[in-house]
Design a protein around this ligand. Structure first.
Ligand code: G3P
Ligand code: CA
Length: 738
C-alpha cells in the first residue's frame, strides 16, 4: 500500500519534460513520513535509481556480458552502456574511443595503434578478449570466466538485459564522442526500434554533447534524455538559468558527483530535472548524495547502493556532544524507522572494552537518536561507530573526554555560528578549516540553521511545521565538512533566534515549542540540558576552564519591552544560576557561552535583541537588556571573578573587546566574537559605551570562526580569528590573573 500512496503524491507534483507522469522507475524509497512537502532536497519521485556504471564494473570487466549479469544479479535498476561505433557502422558497448585499455588489441593487432574503434570492423573487434585485462589489473577479483569475454554489440547487450533482467532492469545508454561518429544517433534509434525497447518506460539516453541530445530529441521526442556535466562544463554558469535552458530537451542531468550541492539540487528539481550523479562508489558518498535528494546514482558497486536502498541506514552522519570527564552523548539519524547500534571504545578496532548501546529511531524525532555513554575515562580519546541494524553501512566517529577534575591540561576549542541563511547555503568551508585544527571540542554558538529564511529545504519560508525545521537541519548536514567535524569532534550546540525566527522571545513566540523540539532532536544533548527545555548548563575542562552555557531565548522578555527591573533575557532562575556558577568556579578561565553580544546593538531600534540598547546611535531607545547585564557585570567586579570571557557569534563580523565597566583601568572581562560561517556578511559598527568596551580587533565582510586556547602552565589564553580557509586574521594572547 505504502508505495502506491507515495507514488501517488509524486505523480501529482511532477512530470518530466516528456510529459508522461513518472511511473516507479527504480528502487522505491521511503519518501520519509517526516518530509515537509516542499524541500527540493528529495527525489522527484518515490524511487532512486541504481545505475550500474558500465555494468558491475567494480567486480568484473566493464562492458562485458559478465559485468552486466553481475549488475542484474545485484538488483541494479539500470545497466549503463557507453557507445562507440565501428568502422563498418556497428554500435558496440565500450567506454574508450580506443580498444587499448579494455581488450588485447595491442597484442592481437600490434601494428594498428592507436587502436581506435572507428578503425576496426566488427568482425575484427569480435576476435578480441575484453576480460583478461581485468584479471591482470585486479587479481583479487579475477575470475576464469572473464577470460575471453568479448565486446558486446548494442543489440546483443540489449537482448542480454531483456533476457536476464526479468523485465525489471532498464537501459541507460551514452552517445560517447558523437562528433567522431556521424549518424550514431540514427543508428542508435534504429537498434532501439529493432529490439523493441524504444517505448520502454525504463530507458534513458545520455550524453555530454548537447548537440547529440537535441538531435535525439528531434528523432524520439518521448525518450528521457540526460545531459551529462563535468565541472568544467558548468564552471561560471548559473545553474538556475542553465537548467531552465536545457529543460526543453532534457529529463535529467548527470553531473560529476562533486557538483551536487543544495543549490544544484534546487535548480534541477525546480525544473523537474532528475539528478543522476557519477560515479559514486563508496557508501559514504552514496549516503551523502542520497541526503541531498538525488534521483539515482551511477555506481561501479551496484551491491553497496542496493544495500543502502533496501535497508534503513545512517543518513546524516553521527555526532558526539555535551562531553564531560566521564560521559558523552552520541547522536545519529537514520532515513527511516530502525534500531541503531553504537559501539564505543578506546580501541579503534573495537576488539577490546567496547561499550554497546542501542536505540530506536522513530518518526517522533525524525529518526534521530541520542545515547548516553557513561563510565568513561577522563582525558581520553574514544572511538565510536554506529549502524542501523540490518544495514552494512557503518559510520565512525571519535571524541575526547574532558580531563579529570582539578587537572590543568591545555585546551584548544573552536567556536562559530550563523550557518545557512540569508542567501548562503551549504557547503561552508569553515568546517573543514576547523577540523584541520583537531580541536578538543566545537562550540556551535547559535543560528545553527535559519528556519525563517528561504533555502532549498524550505523554499517557502518561514518554517512552521516541525518537518520544516527538521528539513533545515538535514540541509545543513548535507555539508560534508560539517558532518566530518561533528564525527570527529565533541560538540556543544546552543540556539539563538534563527532556530525559531528572527529576534524571537521564547515565552511569547508561538513557534518556540516546534523550533525547540527540532533543535533538541538534531544535537547530541544531555538530558540535564534538554529536560524542561533548560538548555543552560555548565561543562568543565578539568580546572582549566568552566564553560557556562546560557539560554538567551527561552526565558526572555519581548525585545520591544522597555528595559528595567522587570525585564529579563535569562529569567530569574538562570540569572541566579549564572552568578552561582561564576562565584563557585575555581577554574583558570570562566567562559560564558552566550548567543548575543554585550555592547554591539543588534536587532532593530526600539526592539534591541542583544544586551545593548545602542543609545550611542538612538539616545532615546528604551529597549535592550542593559539593566540585567549590569547585574552580571557588577557581580563579576564585586566578587573579583577573574578571567571571564564571554564568547558569542550573532553579529556576522568578528570582534575582540575588553571591558573596564567600572573604569578603574583594569579589565573586568573580555568578549570574543566570530562569524558568520555561512550567512550575510556585515561590517562592524560603533560600540555601546555603557560597560566600558575597548575594541582590540574588528573585521567584517568575511566568513570566519574563532579559536580559543588556554595554556594553564603559561597562565595564558589566546584567541585567534581565522577565515574560512583557516588563515589567521587576528591573534591575541591574554595574560591570565592568578
Ligand atoms: O555516463 C555517466 C558517466 O559514466 C560519465 O562518465 O566517463 O564514466 O562515461 P564516464
Ligand atoms: Ca557513461
Amino acid at each position: 500500500m505504502k508505495k502506491s500512496l507515495i507514488a501517488g503524491i509524486a505523480c501529482l507534483s511532477l512530470s518530466v519534460t516528456s510529459g508522461a507522469p513518472l511511473a516507479v522507475l527504480a528502487h522505491p524509497i521511503e519518501i520519509s513520513a517526516t518530509d515537509n512537502g516542499q524541500t527540493t532536497l528529495r527525489p522527484l519521485s518515490s524511487d532512486v535509481a541504481v545505475i550500474a556504471h558500465r555494468g558491475a564494473s567494480a567486480y568484473g570487466p566493464e562492458h562485458t556480458l559478465a559485468a552486466y549479469k553481475q549488475a542484474m544479479t545485484m538488483k541494479a535498476d539500470y545497466v549503463e552502456f557507453d557507445l562507440q561505433m565501428t568502422k563498418d557502422g556497428h554500435l558496440i558497448a565500450m567506454h574508450d574511443e580506443t580498444l587499448a585499455r579494455t581488450t588485447n588489441a595491442k597484442e592481437l593487432y600490434p601494428d594498428r595503434a592507436p587502436w581506435q574503434v572507428k578503425d576496426f570492423t566488427l568482425e575484427e573487434i569480435s576476435r578480441l578478449d575484453a576480460g583478461s585485462w581485468f584479471n591482470k589489473a585486479y587479481p583479487d577479483k579475477a575470475k576464469t570466466e572473464y577470460i575471453g569475454q568479448h565486446v558486446p554489440t548494442l543489440e546483443e547487450a540489449i537482448e542480454f538485459v531483456k533476457q536476464h533482467g526479468n523485465g525489471k532492469v532498464g537501459l541507460y545508454m551514452e552517445t560517447k564522442a558523437p562528433s567522431v561518429y556521424p549518424g550514431m544517433e540514427e543508428k542508435l534509434i534504429e537498434i532501439l526500434k529493432k529490439t523493441n525497447v524504444l517505448d520502454d518506460e525504463k530507458l534513458f539516453l545520455e550524453s555530454f554533447s548537447e548537440e547529440s541530445l537535441r538531435k535525439l530529441k528531434k528523432l524520439v521526442p518521448e525518450v528521457k534524455l540526460v545531459q551529462l556535466y563535468t565541472a568544467k562544463m558548468l564552471s561560471g554558469k548559473d545553474v538556475y538559468q542553465e537548467f531552465k535552458r536545457i529543460s526543453d530537451y532534457a529529463a535529467g542531468v548527470g553531473p560529476s558527483k562533486e557538483l551536487v550541492v543544495p543549490k544544484f539540487m534546487e535548480a534541477a528539481h525546480q525544473n523537474q530535472l532528475l539528478v543522476h550523479p557519477w560515479t559514486v562508489n563508496s557508501q559514504d558518498d552514496m549516503v551523502s548524495l542520497l541526503s541531498l535528494g538525488v534521483d539515482g546514482e551511477f555506481t561501479n558497486n551496484t551491491d553497496l547502493l542496493v544495500d543502502l536502498l533496501d535497508n534503513p541506514f545512517i543518513s546524516h552522519g553521527v555526532a558526539s556532544g555535551d562531553i564531560t570527564d566521564s560521559s558523552a552523548i552520541l547522536w545519529a539519524r537514520t532515513n527511516e524507522k530502525a534500531r541503531v547500534q553504537f559501539e564505543i571504545s578506546t580501541d579503534s578496532s573495537f576488539k577490546h572494552d567496547t561499550i554497546v548501546k542501542t536505540s530506536r529511531a522513530d518518526v517522533e524525532h525524525d529518526f534521530t537518536v541520542n545515547v548516553n555513554a557513561t563510565g568513561l575515562k577522563p582525558d581520553t580519546t574514544y572511538f565510536y561507530r554506529a549502524h542501523a541494524i540490518s544495514s552494512k553501512y557503518t559510520v565512525n566517529g571519535s571524541f575526547k573526554t574532558a580531563p579529570e577534575e582539578n587537572s590543568l591540561k591545555p585546551l584548544t576549542m573552536v567556536w562559530g555560528g550563523d550557518t545557512g541563511g540569508q542567501g548562503e547555503i551549504p557547503p561552508f568551508n569553515s568546517f573543514k578549516a576547523m577540523s584541520a585544527l583537531n580541536p578538543d571540542f566545537f562550540l556551535f554558538s547559535g543560528d545553527t540553521i535559519y528556519a525563517d529564511n528561504k533555502t532549498p529545504a524550505v523554499p517557502n519560508p518561514p518554517s512552521e511545521t516541525v518537518e520544516d525545521f527538521w528539513a533545515k537541519y538535514k540541509e545543513n548536514r548535507t555539508d560534508a565538512g560539517l558532518r566530518s567535524l561533528l564525527q570527529k569532534t565533541g560538540t556543544f550546540a546552543i540556539w539563538d533566534d534563527h532556530e525559531v525566527t528572527n529576534d524571537f522571545s521564547g515565552p511569547t513566540q508561538p513557534l518556540t515549542p516546534t523550533g525547540l523540539r527540532a533543535f533538541k532532536d538534531y544535537w547530541p544533548m544531555s538530558s540535564e540540558r534538554s529536560t524542561e527545555d533548560k538548555l543552560y548548563q555548565k561543562y568543565s575542562w578539568g580546572n582549566t576552564m568552566d564553560m557556562i552555557i546560557l539560554n538567551n531565548r527561552g526565558y526572555r522578555s519581548p525585545n520591544t519591552q522597555a528595559d528595567g527591573a522587570d525585564k529579563t533575557m535569562l529569567g530569574k532562575e538562570q540569572l541566579e544560576w549564572l552568578k552561582q556558577q561564576l562565584l563557585a568556579s575555581d577554574a583558570k578561565v570562566k567562559l560564558v557561552a552566550t548567543s548575543v553580544p554585550i555592547s554591539i546593538p543588534t536587532g532593530k531600534a526600539m526592539a534591541r535583541d542583544g544586551w545593548a540598547n545602542g543609545n550611542q546611535v538612538n539616545p532615546n531607545d528604551p529597549t535592550g537588556y542593559e539593566n540585567e547585564f549590569k547585574q552580571i557585570s557588577d557581580f563579576i567586579i564585586e566578587k573579583e571573578i577573574k578571567n571571564v570571557f564571554f564568547v558569542t557569534t550573532d553579529v556576522h563580523f568578528a570582534e575582540v573587546i575588553k571591558y573596564d565597566a567600572n573604569q578603574d583601568g583594569k579589565t573586568d572581562y573580555n568578549e570574543l566574537i566570530s562569524g558568520p560561517i555561512g550567512a550575510v556578511k556585515i561590517n562592524p559598527g560603533t560600540l555601546d559605551p555603557t560597560f566600558g568596551p575597548e575594541r582590540l580587533y574588528a573585521e567584517g565582510n568575511f566568513f570566519n570562526f574563532g579559536v580559543f586556547q588556554i595554556n594553564p602552565s603559561k597562565q595564558e589564553a589566546k584567541v585567534e580569528i581565522r577565515d574560512e580557509n583557516g588563515k589567521v586574521h587576528f591573534s591575541h594572547s591574554f595574560q591570565l590573573e592568578e
